[in-house]
Design a protein around this ligand. Structure first.
Ligand code: MF3
Ligand code: CO
Ligand code: CO
Length: 272
């Protein structure tokens, strides 16, 4: 049984606040992300920002069935790490790429979830291309969101673009409904067929968070910490994430703030 929550005006206000704050945590961290910083330092900065906001991390202590408690205030996934990388004491070096994924919980209990890619110093053309194309793929998915559209439309837009550029789509992890819980129904797959799947209804809030690989789509667990996921062929992987609201006329991207990166040129508005 699917139990998608539809947010009323109060819920939408709660989600707006949570999502803006989640984006502002990334804004706070951004100027510090350069060669030499460790992902543990990024985690500390994120935690510090959450304290000043009066939010708490949704990830620290997070323990779905079969997992150990997640030990970070955020996730840091470097190079061939696909997702759920755990902050550690290894300095980032020139040419690395890192995804920082932040989910906060507000005092009212609402969750906001988002992630961005960062290039550490000068990166390879291939790494920059992977990140830029993954960002575009996320936005192409977002642009499918409107009442009457189906989840398969989102997945298809992302998959067609990614595979058309020679990238592969990770299948095992997906976007998700979000509200007063971290992971709600529905699952938002980043591949699919147009016109299939759950129909979108105003008041739904969910994430779109494609993970695209330079090589094959296959993944595996690093197998040491119970969390870290890597590409099986050790090729680079990138991810971007926004939380979106289905509005009566289209979509509203909730995880935006002053420091959000510029929109791709084909995106006319963050609210439709
Ligand atoms: N923020 C991730 C997502 O986008 C989930 C991270 S769960 C953690 O769904 F435990 F690894 F932090
Ligand atoms: Co996330
Ligand atoms: Co998410």
């Amino acid at each position: 049984m699917s139990s998608i929550t539809i947010k009323d005006a109060q819920g939408i206000a709660g989600m707006r606040e949570a999502c803006r704050l989640a984006s502002e945590v990334l804004d706070y961290i951004t100027p510090h992300i350069k060669p030499g910083i460790t992902t543990a330092e990024i985690d500390r900065l994120g935690a510090e920002c959450m304290v000043s906001q009066g939010t708490v991390s949704a990830t620290i202590g997070y323990q779905p069935p079969g997992y150990p408690p997640y030990p970070g205030h955020l996730c840091t996934s470097v190079n061939h790490v696909v997702c759920h990388g755990i902050p550690n004491d290894k300095p980032l070096k020139k040419g690395d790429i890192v995804n920082v994924d932040v989910t906060v919980i507000t005092k009212d209990g609402w969750y906001g979830d988002n992630s961005r890619m960062y290039m550490i110093g000068e990166c390879s053309i291939a790494a920059k291309r992977l990140s830029a194309l993954t960002y575009e793929a996320m936005w192409l998915g977002i642009q499918q969101v409107r009442p009457g559209a189906r989840l398969g439309d989102i997945g298809h837009a992302i998959q067609k673009f990614a595979e058309g550029h020679g990238l592969s789509v990770v299948r095992e992890f997906c976007g998700h409904g979000i509200g007063q819980k971290f992971h709600e129904d529905p699952q938002v797959l980043h591949y699919g067929r147009p016109g299939t799947g759950q129909e979108l209804v105003p008041g739904m809030t969910f994430t779109i968070e494609p993970m695209l690989n330079q090589g094959k789509r296959d993944i595996k667990e690093l197998g040491q910490d119970g969390w870290t996921i890597i590409t099986k062929d050790r090729s680079l992987s990138a991810q971007w994430e926004h939380t979106v609201l289905v509005t009566p006329t289209g979509y509203d991207v909730l995880t935006l703030s002053a420091g959000s990166p510029p929109l791709p040129p084909f995106v006319k508005a963050t609210t439709t």
